[in-house]
Write a protein that binds this ligand. Structure first.
Ligand SMILES: [Zn+2]
Length: 255
């Protein structure tokens, strides 16, 4: 099984990162760790380097940080992506977050930054991993305007049931995490999305389950189990197909 979206660089793992990844290595097939802030680029790349063919890195700039970052941060992130093009498997997570950022002017800044990274992805011919919260319509509109239809786009934790058809019609993929246990909308999304369009993720350390202090990539199994139940197919079938989807989308070099 592949966790296509976690944050291994987060401080929650500082004390036992090695043990966690070693355990994942025994139980999972690959992890894709997502760097969302320029301060974390070096650590993210180091983790991927330490676990070749198992941990893969992606780099982006999370829209939630729009108020904290400056021009230099943006420039540094773009430089790091270009410089490490062959060490990363996508740009992300990038996109729009109108849940945390409510002011119009800051939302406009998010859009500007989003377009910048889409252009970069096209220039480098690398997939995009999208964060979109309370902003699905605007996110899709921008992706369409930037001519990303039928290009490599993954909507991470996509939650908008009404727009699922549009996402699928545009040739994009979605990733589903353990949040599916609690969300009716997500269960309907899992039911309606074709299995060849679904990847598994955890967004850990977030989405800790009952009794856990933090989430880990092993929680990917919870998402798989739930999707298997909903689609009435075996968890092995879910694993097989979502692995294929992830390997194909990110072009993963797994041994
Ligand atoms: Zn994330």
């Amino acid at each position: 099984m592949i966790d296509c979206h976690c944050h291994l660089e987060q401080k929650e793992y500082d004390k036992d990162r090695k043990q966690i990844i070693e355990q994942c290595k025994r139980e999972l097939r690959a992890l894709i760790t997502c760097c969302a802030h320029p301060d974390n680029i070096d650590l993210t790349l180091k983790i991927a380097k330490d676990y070749p063919n198992f941990v893969f890195a992606i780099i982006g700039l999370h829209p939630e940080y729009i108020k904290d970052i400056n021009e230099k941060n943006i420039k540094d992130t773009i430089e790091a992506i270009k410089l490490n093009r062959d060490k990363i498997v996508a740009i992300g997570e990038i996109g729009l977050d109108f849940f945390w950022i409510k002011e119009k002017e800051w939302q406009e800044k998010q859009k500007e930054l989003f377009r910048k990274f889409i252009k970069l992805a096209k220039e480098l011919n690398i997939p995009l991993v999208i964060h979109s919260r309370n902003a699905s319509e605007e996110t899709i509109k921008i992706l369409e305007e930037e001519e990303m239809k039928n290009k490599e786009v993954l909507m991470h934790l996509f939650q908008n049931r009404k727009l699922l058809k549009k996402v699928i019609d545009n040739g994009w993929l979605i990733s589903i995490g353990p949040g599916i246990k609690k969300s009716k909308d997500l269960r309907k999304i899992a039911r309606d999305a074709p299995i060849n369009k679904i990847l598994l993720e955890t967004d850990s350390p977030w989405f800790a389950q009952e009794g856990q202090k933090r989430g880990t990539p092993l929680n990917v199994k919870i998402a798989a189990q739930k999707i298997a139940e909903i689609k009435k197919i075996t968890i092995e079938e879910i694993e097989k197909q979502t692995d294929l989807n992830a390997i194909d989308f990110f072009n993963l070099k797994i041994k």
